[in-house]
Design a protein around this ligand. Sequence first.
Ligand SMILES: [Zn+2]
Length: 83
Amino acid sequence: MSQRLDLWGEAMRSLRTCRKCGWAGTGALCVTGESFGDGVELDCPRCRGRCGFAQYSIFTSDGDLSRVERAADSEVAPSSGHR
Ligand SMILES: [Zn+2]
């Protein structure tokens, strides 16, 4: 049985607040900032302040954590945040 750890989805659904300007919204409304090996920074859409971090979802096979696939690459365009 494969299992999906929907870390990305959780990050998108969770509420974020910006300490700089007071903006509040779900992670899905944030713009993505710097990307790291296992996730991306979430930035405020208003002032680009840091709102947190979103980790990519992880898929496991038979509970084998060494077989990890990252799913969210296609969802994260480098220049996202522009509409
Ligand atoms: Zn802000």
